[in-house]
Design a protein around this ligand. Structure first.
Ligand code: IMP
Length: 203
């Protein structure tokens, strides 16, 4: 008799609902598959080299944790925390370093690990800033990208998913420091931030 094969576990989008989420854009399975593919490409491209992973706090934390466990190349992890001046959550382009790297990047291969590239300001200035410290190379891996929102030239060398012009949360991304723990990427209901002093920089 043929043995019953249990189906691959899949998370149905409806099971991923959250009362503050309008729509689930990417399931945990889709994100995991992309993280694996990005890491496989980077393992290939950096074979024989050591990289320093520069995680941009706090949004990239969840991606970093999944991504680095798929790396087979030697790697070191460090963190930066940047804040742009101004009350709005949109990047103003003037940055204050809240936490700088502990490691020197001189003569090392730097891979900036980003959650999402939105206006591009964070990525642009981080590349510029770290390039001034004489690294062997500087590249960017971002799990999400909103290319339609660019204010300045910024491109991930390794890019996960392009997302639409919406304010998204989950998989590390927050609104008001919340929702980072959601395992999926979803669109936040506009009524959650409506009327607040600092609404997200909604398109
Ligand atoms: P930038 O506009 O490209 O400089 O992005 C700065 C940061 O804003 C990103 O690293 C995210 O942490 C955050 N961000 C941008 N878009 C969103 C979003 O849709 N949801 C949550 N955070 C976002």
């Amino acid at each position: 008799m043929k043995k019953a094969v249990s189906p691959r576990p899949k998370t149905a989008k409806k099971k991923l609902q959250h009362p503050d989420i309008r729509e689930v854009l990417l399931t945990p399975e889709k994100i995991a598959a992309k993280v694996k593919a990005l890491a496989a490409q980077i393992n290939k491209d950096y074979a024989g080299k050591e990289v320093i992973l520069v995680c941009v706090l706090k949004g990239a934390l969840v991606f970093l944790a999944d991504f680095m466990r798929q790396l087979t190349i030697p790697c070191v992890v460090d963190f930066v925390d940047w804040s742009s001046y101004g009350a709005s959550t949109s990047s103003s382009g003037v940055f204050r370093i809240l936490r700088d790297l502990e490691e020197s990047v001189e003569s090392r291969h730097v891979l900036i690990v980003e959650d999402i590239i939105d206006t591009g300001l964070t990525t642009h200035y981080l590349i510029k800033h770290l390039s001034g410290r004489n690294p062997a190379s500087v590249k960017v891996v971002a799990i999400f990208d909103k290319p339609s929102r660019r204010k300045i030239e910024a491109k991930a060398d390794y890019c996960g998913y392009e997302v639409p012009d919406e304010f998204v949360v989950g998989y590390g991304l927050d609104y008001d420091q919340k929702y980072r723990n959601l395992p999926f990427l979803g669109v936040l209901k506009p009524e959650i931030y409506a009327g607040r002093d600092t609404p997200p920089d909604k398109p």
